[in-house]
Write a protein that binds this ligand. Structure first.
Ligand code: BES
Ligand code: ZN
Ligand code: ZN
Length: 467
């Protein structure tokens, strides 16, 4: 059993510290039902049920105590309203006194995950044991644990430095998950990559031999089920290539495989819940490095699909490797293609760090994704595929260029480029995501972050009700 799986347990009447979640509206009524000592203690703490106040411990006898914590709305819990408790309560077993944790359970688990692979002293806190939450919804436990594990998979992969997570290690990470879920993996590299996926080979060719480029594919599920393709940008480090990034822009580029991490995590969710689909995961994995044989501005590469692409900017490498992967995905005629990519700085300028930009050629799925995002507090925001901007990708001598001369609508232009490689009538959702959190919050530490992952899984679960 993984560590996270120990943190949520079915209610079998075990002893547990009660947690009272109150809000500003019901606090006064709730307080009336409490003993006078509790009321006095809460008053001394100036606790008035306003959200933002972490919690107060109400002592009982000996080892016993109860907890009261304020939330925004006690009848509509957010995924994060138990996170502060999950990370700061003493080790032990807890249970909500009124109602069930529902959507808040995942935050309890995530609050207790640490990325400490590179800390010699494992935790700043001395020997803190687990905080276990007991729930009366045993049927939901496995699903909550799987979602929490998917989120921590994204965070851990993104946080791992590029020196320890190159294309080879990313392949290893896919193989590990494939083994867990019972899926097949196929990896294309070397000559086969150069012939079959020229853009992936070209972007990755300047990296050292140990970090050689590859296309990692995983297939899972009954081949008779509808096919769903999930594609993730796996740039394990983005130096910019010959169009080298400035130091400030390069500092976080270990996270440029964040799309791949999302795609892999989504695969574990789909398989974990046994959704009746035939899943095709595609991860083009490269390092965008610099050396004598690096791809140059002005070079022209003939893509898998046949279009000649002129390299306007070697730093627009994500769309190049995704192009060949999307072409391959489309060849199997899927019912839906979803891709995740840390594709443009422009998407961050437009929407900031929290909101992945969603681009889709299908209004139905776009609406479902926006709604699911709001409902699961994992928001995404739709931006337009604007055909008139196609001309920004015109090349003087080739079929198209990989970047425009102007930075205007940079995220839209990147989506326009990808669109050229997606079959015309195939529903497609593209996420241009940050995969990172610059400032920590309870349950959401600074560093790698899954954004839009739970929203996409909610939509897929809904569309393909469990077999
Ligand atoms: N990986 C970057 C995009 C990125 C940068 C995402 C910072 C998140 C934070 C991508 O490969 C890139 O460099 N894109 C360029 C494209 C441009 C050259 C057309 C960009 O956005 O500046
Ligand atoms: Zn780049
Ligand atoms: Zn990149």
């Amino acid at each position: 059993m993984t560590y996270l799986a120990t943190l949520l347990a079915a209610d079998r009447g075990q002893k547990a510290h009660p947690i009272h979640l109150v809000d500003k509206k019901n606090f006064e009524d709730w307080a009336k039902t409490r003993p006078a000592e509790d009321r006095a203690l809460l008053k001394a703490h100036r606790f008035d049920g306003k959200s933002g106040f972490a919690f107060v411990i109400l002592p009982r006898k000996a080892e016993e105590f109860e907890v009261v914590s304020a939330v925004a709305d006690a009848r509509d819990l957010s995924p994060w309203c138990l996170a502060k408790l999950g990370e700061s309560l003493p080790e032990g077993t807890y249970k909500l006194a009124e109602g069930e944790a529902g959507p808040a359970a995942i935050g309890w688990l995530l609050a207790q995950h640490r990325f400490d692979a590179y800390r010699s002293r494992k935790s700043e806190e001395p020997d803190r044991g687990p905080r276990v939450l007991v729930t009366g919804e045993p049927a939901r436990i496995e699903g909550v644990i799987r979602e929490a594990e998917a989120v921590t998979l994204v965070r851990d992969l993104v946080n791992t430095p590029a020196g320890d997570l190159g294309p080879a290690e990313l392949e290893q990470a896919v193989r590990e998950q494939a083994k867990r879920i019972g899926a097949e993996v196929r990896v294309t590299s070397g000559k086969d990559l150069e012939e079959g996926y020229p853009l992936i080979a070209a972007v990755g060719r300047a990296a050292s031999k140990e970090h050689a480029p590859r296309l990692i594919e995983l297939e899972w599920g009954n081949p008779k089920n509808p096919r769903v393709a999930v594609v993730g940008k796996g740039v394990c480090f983005d130096s910019g290539g010959l169009d080298i990034k400035p130091a400030s822009g390069m500092r976080l580029m270990k996270k440029d495989m964040g799309g791949a991490a999302h795609a892999l995590a989504l695969a574990t969710l789909i398989a974990g819940d046994r959704l009746p689909v035939r899943l095709h995961l595609l991860i083009p994995a490269v390092e965008n490095a610099i050396s004598g044989n690096a791809l140059r501005p002005g070079d022209i590469v003939k893509s898998r699909q046949g279009l000649h692409v002129e390299i306007d900017n070697t730093d627009a490498e994500g769309r190049l490797i995704l192009a060949d992967a999307l072409t391959k995905a489309g060849e199997a005629d899927p019912e839906l293609i979803v891709d995740f990519a840390t594709l443009t700085g422009a998407a961050r300028i437009a929407l900031g760090p929290d909101l992945p930009a969603l681009f889709s050629n299908d209004d139905g799925i776009a609406d479902e994704l926006m709604t699911a995002g709001k409902d699961s507090a994992d928001p995404v925001w739709r931006m337009p595929i604007w055909d008139a901007y196609d001309e920004m990708l015109k090349s003087d001598i080739a079929d198209l260029a990989n970047a425009a001369g102007s930075p205007m609508a940079g995220a839209v232009v990147a989506a326009m480029f990808l669109k050229r490689f997606v079959p015309k009538d195939t529903p497609w959702a593209h996420f241009d995501t940050y995969a990172w959190r610059d400032k920590g919050k309870p349950g959401r530490p600074k560093g790698g972050e899954a954004l839009g992952l739970r929203a996409v899984f909610a939509v897929l679960s809904d569309r393909y009700a469990r077999a």
